[in-house]
Ligand binder design. Structure first.
Ligand code: BEZ
Length: 245
Protein backbone atom coordinates (compact mmCIF):
# COMPACT_ATOMS: atom_id res chain seq x y z
CA UNK A 1 0.00 0.00 0.00
CA UNK A 2 3.05 2.27 0.50
CA UNK A 3 4.46 1.53 -2.94
CA UNK A 4 2.35 3.93 -5.02
CA UNK A 5 2.89 6.99 -2.84
CA UNK A 6 6.67 6.23 -2.88
CA UNK A 7 6.62 5.98 -6.64
CA UNK A 8 4.80 9.26 -7.03
CA UNK A 9 7.31 11.02 -4.70
CA UNK A 10 10.14 9.60 -6.78
CA UNK A 11 8.50 10.67 -10.02
CA UNK A 12 7.91 14.15 -8.64
CA UNK A 13 11.48 14.35 -7.36
CA UNK A 14 12.88 13.21 -10.69
CA UNK A 15 10.68 15.69 -12.55
CA UNK A 16 11.86 18.51 -10.28
CA UNK A 17 15.49 17.51 -10.74
CA UNK A 18 15.01 17.28 -14.49
CA UNK A 19 13.36 20.68 -14.56
CA UNK A 20 16.05 22.39 -12.49
CA UNK A 21 18.80 20.73 -14.54
CA UNK A 22 17.14 21.97 -17.70
CA UNK A 23 16.78 25.48 -16.26
CA UNK A 24 20.43 25.49 -15.15
CA UNK A 25 21.56 24.20 -18.54
CA UNK A 26 19.51 26.79 -20.33
CA UNK A 27 20.97 29.59 -18.15
CA UNK A 28 24.50 28.38 -18.84
CA UNK A 29 23.87 28.13 -22.57
CA UNK A 30 21.79 31.30 -22.82
CA UNK A 31 22.77 33.66 -19.99
CA UNK A 32 20.55 36.72 -19.58
CA UNK A 33 22.93 38.48 -21.96
CA UNK A 34 22.03 42.07 -21.35
CA UNK A 35 22.49 42.03 -17.57
CA UNK A 36 25.71 40.02 -17.83
CA UNK A 37 27.19 42.39 -20.35
CA UNK A 38 30.22 44.10 -18.77
CA UNK A 39 32.43 45.69 -21.41
CA UNK A 40 36.09 45.68 -20.47
CA UNK A 41 39.10 47.85 -21.17
CA UNK A 42 40.35 47.08 -24.69
CA UNK A 43 36.93 46.00 -26.00
CA UNK A 44 35.30 47.80 -28.89
CA UNK A 45 32.47 49.84 -27.34
CA UNK A 46 29.19 48.00 -28.01
CA UNK A 47 27.16 49.93 -30.57
CA UNK A 48 23.64 51.19 -29.89
CA UNK A 49 21.04 53.65 -31.06
CA UNK A 50 19.44 55.96 -28.53
CA UNK A 51 17.21 58.99 -28.04
CA UNK A 52 19.07 61.90 -26.45
CA UNK A 53 18.39 65.49 -25.47
CA UNK A 54 20.17 66.45 -28.72
CA UNK A 55 18.12 64.04 -30.87
CA UNK A 56 18.66 60.40 -31.91
CA UNK A 57 22.22 59.08 -32.11
CA UNK A 58 24.03 55.92 -33.20
CA UNK A 59 27.07 55.49 -30.96
CA UNK A 60 29.38 54.23 -33.75
CA UNK A 61 28.61 57.34 -35.80
CA UNK A 62 28.65 59.76 -32.90
CA UNK A 63 31.73 61.94 -32.43
CA UNK A 64 33.46 60.64 -35.60
CA UNK A 65 37.20 61.16 -34.97
CA UNK A 66 36.86 62.31 -31.39
CA UNK A 67 37.08 60.69 -27.98
CA UNK A 68 33.85 60.07 -26.09
CA UNK A 69 33.38 60.31 -22.34
CA UNK A 70 30.11 58.47 -21.75
CA UNK A 71 28.79 58.67 -18.21
CA UNK A 72 25.68 57.50 -16.44
CA UNK A 73 23.92 59.02 -13.45
CA UNK A 74 21.25 57.38 -11.28
CA UNK A 75 18.35 59.79 -11.77
CA UNK A 76 17.27 63.23 -12.92
CA UNK A 77 16.20 65.78 -10.27
CA UNK A 78 18.51 64.32 -7.60
CA UNK A 79 21.12 66.34 -5.70
CA UNK A 80 24.43 64.50 -6.27
CA UNK A 81 23.58 63.99 -9.95
CA UNK A 82 22.84 67.70 -10.32
CA UNK A 83 26.31 68.59 -8.95
CA UNK A 84 27.99 66.06 -11.26
CA UNK A 85 26.06 67.03 -14.38
CA UNK A 86 26.75 70.70 -13.66
CA UNK A 87 30.45 69.80 -13.26
CA UNK A 88 30.53 68.25 -16.73
CA UNK A 89 28.67 71.26 -18.17
CA UNK A 90 30.91 73.84 -16.49
CA UNK A 91 34.09 72.12 -17.72
CA UNK A 92 32.84 71.22 -21.19
CA UNK A 93 35.39 73.56 -22.80
CA UNK A 94 38.19 71.49 -21.26
CA UNK A 95 36.70 68.34 -22.81
CA UNK A 96 36.38 70.21 -26.15
CA UNK A 97 40.08 71.12 -25.90
CA UNK A 98 40.85 67.40 -25.50
CA UNK A 99 38.89 66.60 -28.69
CA UNK A 100 36.24 64.84 -26.61
CA UNK A 101 32.45 64.67 -26.79
CA UNK A 102 30.40 64.21 -23.63
CA UNK A 103 27.51 61.74 -23.60
CA UNK A 104 25.33 61.44 -20.49
CA UNK A 105 22.77 58.76 -19.66
CA UNK A 106 20.16 57.84 -17.09
CA UNK A 107 17.16 55.56 -16.92
CA UNK A 108 14.71 58.43 -17.31
CA UNK A 109 12.38 59.63 -20.05
CA UNK A 110 13.34 62.33 -22.51
CA UNK A 111 10.66 64.53 -20.89
CA UNK A 112 12.30 64.15 -17.46
CA UNK A 113 15.69 65.00 -19.01
CA UNK A 114 14.31 68.14 -20.69
CA UNK A 115 12.54 69.21 -17.49
CA UNK A 116 15.72 68.72 -15.42
CA UNK A 117 17.96 70.54 -17.91
CA UNK A 118 15.55 73.48 -17.93
CA UNK A 119 15.11 73.40 -14.13
CA UNK A 120 18.88 73.52 -13.49
CA UNK A 121 19.29 76.27 -16.09
CA UNK A 122 16.61 78.36 -14.36
CA UNK A 123 17.96 77.65 -10.86
CA UNK A 124 21.71 78.03 -11.47
CA UNK A 125 22.31 79.28 -15.01
CA UNK A 126 24.23 76.09 -15.88
CA UNK A 127 23.13 74.55 -19.19
CA UNK A 128 23.76 70.87 -19.95
CA UNK A 129 24.88 71.45 -23.53
CA UNK A 130 25.66 67.85 -24.47
CA UNK A 131 23.45 64.86 -25.32
CA UNK A 132 21.91 62.91 -22.44
CA UNK A 133 20.54 59.47 -23.37
CA UNK A 134 16.96 58.73 -22.25
CA UNK A 135 17.54 55.05 -21.46
CA UNK A 136 14.02 54.37 -20.26
CA UNK A 137 14.11 50.75 -21.54
CA UNK A 138 17.53 50.24 -19.84
CA UNK A 139 18.97 48.97 -23.12
CA UNK A 140 22.24 50.90 -22.98
CA UNK A 141 22.60 50.62 -19.19
CA UNK A 142 22.43 46.83 -19.42
CA UNK A 143 24.73 46.70 -22.46
CA UNK A 144 27.41 48.65 -20.56
CA UNK A 145 27.01 47.04 -17.12
CA UNK A 146 25.75 50.32 -15.69
CA UNK A 147 22.82 48.56 -14.04
CA UNK A 148 24.32 46.73 -11.08
CA UNK A 149 21.35 45.08 -9.34
CA UNK A 150 22.93 44.76 -5.89
CA UNK A 151 23.37 48.55 -5.88
CA UNK A 152 20.03 49.34 -7.55
CA UNK A 153 17.68 47.40 -9.80
CA UNK A 154 16.23 50.48 -11.41
CA UNK A 155 18.92 53.19 -11.44
CA UNK A 156 22.25 53.15 -13.27
CA UNK A 157 25.37 53.44 -11.11
CA UNK A 158 27.76 56.33 -11.75
CA UNK A 159 29.84 54.87 -14.60
CA UNK A 160 32.35 56.63 -16.86
CA UNK A 161 33.53 55.06 -20.11
CA UNK A 162 36.50 56.60 -21.92
CA UNK A 163 36.18 55.64 -25.61
CA UNK A 164 38.94 56.53 -28.08
CA UNK A 165 38.41 57.63 -31.72
CA UNK A 166 38.72 53.99 -32.91
CA UNK A 167 35.79 53.24 -30.53
CA UNK A 168 37.93 51.17 -28.21
CA UNK A 169 37.12 51.38 -24.47
CA UNK A 170 40.27 52.65 -22.77
CA UNK A 171 39.28 53.27 -19.15
CA UNK A 172 36.22 52.53 -17.03
CA UNK A 173 35.17 54.02 -13.69
CA UNK A 174 32.26 52.83 -11.56
CA UNK A 175 31.04 54.79 -8.56
CA UNK A 176 28.10 53.90 -6.32
CA UNK A 177 24.89 55.89 -6.01
CA UNK A 178 25.90 57.84 -2.93
CA UNK A 179 29.40 59.07 -3.88
CA UNK A 180 29.95 61.71 -6.53
CA UNK A 181 32.85 61.47 -8.97
CA UNK A 182 35.92 63.72 -9.18
CA UNK A 183 35.93 65.91 -12.29
CA UNK A 184 39.65 66.70 -11.96
CA UNK A 185 40.39 62.96 -12.06
CA UNK A 186 38.14 62.40 -15.09
CA UNK A 187 39.97 65.15 -17.01
CA UNK A 188 43.38 64.03 -15.72
CA UNK A 189 42.76 60.43 -16.79
CA UNK A 190 41.53 61.53 -20.24
CA UNK A 191 44.61 63.68 -20.78
CA UNK A 192 46.88 60.91 -19.48
CA UNK A 193 45.44 58.44 -22.00
CA UNK A 194 46.01 60.88 -24.83
CA UNK A 195 49.57 61.76 -23.75
CA UNK A 196 50.39 58.09 -23.31
CA UNK A 197 49.15 57.34 -26.85
CA UNK A 198 50.93 60.30 -28.43
CA UNK A 199 54.34 59.82 -26.80
CA UNK A 200 54.24 56.03 -26.25
CA UNK A 201 55.03 56.46 -22.58
CA UNK A 202 53.53 55.41 -19.29
CA UNK A 203 52.50 57.86 -16.60
CA UNK A 204 53.29 57.63 -12.91
CA UNK A 205 51.18 58.06 -9.82
CA UNK A 206 49.29 61.36 -9.74
CA UNK A 207 50.70 62.40 -13.13
CA UNK A 208 49.35 65.69 -14.38
CA UNK A 209 50.06 67.84 -17.42
CA UNK A 210 53.61 69.22 -17.29
CA UNK A 211 54.99 66.44 -15.07
CA UNK A 212 57.72 64.09 -16.25
CA UNK A 213 56.64 60.79 -17.84
CA UNK A 214 58.01 57.26 -17.46
CA UNK A 215 60.49 56.03 -20.09
CA UNK A 216 59.72 52.47 -21.21
CA UNK A 217 61.86 49.99 -19.22
CA UNK A 218 64.90 48.50 -21.04
CA UNK A 219 64.16 45.24 -22.81
CA UNK A 220 67.75 44.14 -23.51
CA UNK A 221 71.25 44.69 -22.15
CA UNK A 222 71.86 47.07 -25.05
CA UNK A 223 68.82 49.10 -23.95
CA UNK A 224 70.06 48.96 -20.37
CA UNK A 225 73.55 50.24 -21.29
CA UNK A 226 72.05 53.00 -23.41
CA UNK A 227 69.80 53.95 -20.49
CA UNK A 228 72.71 54.05 -18.02
CA UNK A 229 74.71 56.31 -20.36
CA UNK A 230 71.79 58.66 -21.00
CA UNK A 231 72.15 61.64 -18.68
CA UNK A 232 69.15 63.46 -20.13
CA UNK A 233 66.69 61.28 -18.22
CA UNK A 234 66.07 61.29 -14.47
CA UNK A 235 67.05 57.79 -13.28
CA UNK A 236 65.54 56.59 -10.02
CA UNK A 237 66.93 53.17 -10.81
CA UNK A 238 67.79 51.35 -14.04
CA UNK A 239 64.18 50.31 -14.75
CA UNK A 240 62.52 53.50 -13.49
CA UNK A 241 63.50 56.61 -15.42
CA UNK A 242 61.56 59.78 -16.09
CA UNK A 243 61.82 62.41 -18.78
CA UNK A 244 60.18 65.63 -19.89
CA UNK A 245 58.05 65.63 -23.02
C1 BEZ B 1 21.70 61.75 -5.94
O1 BEZ B 1 22.08 62.05 -7.07
O2 BEZ B 1 21.63 62.58 -5.04
C2 BEZ B 1 21.30 60.35 -5.66
C3 BEZ B 1 20.67 59.61 -6.64
C4 BEZ B 1 20.32 58.30 -6.36
C5 BEZ B 1 20.58 57.75 -5.13
C6 BEZ B 1 21.25 58.51 -4.16
C7 BEZ B 1 21.60 59.81 -4.44
Amino acid sequence: SCYFPMLSYRVILLKLLEQSTLTLLSEVLHPPQELNSMPRIGDIAPDFEAITTKGPIKMSEFAKDKWIVMFSHPADFTPVCTTEMSGFAERKEEFDALNTELLGLSIDSIHAHLGWVQNVREATGVYFDFPIIADIDMKVSKLYGMLQPNESETAAVRAVFFIDPSKKIRLIMYYPLNVGRNMNEILRALEALQVSDKHKVALPLDWKKGDKVICPAPKSLNDLNTRLADHSVEKVTWYLAKKNI
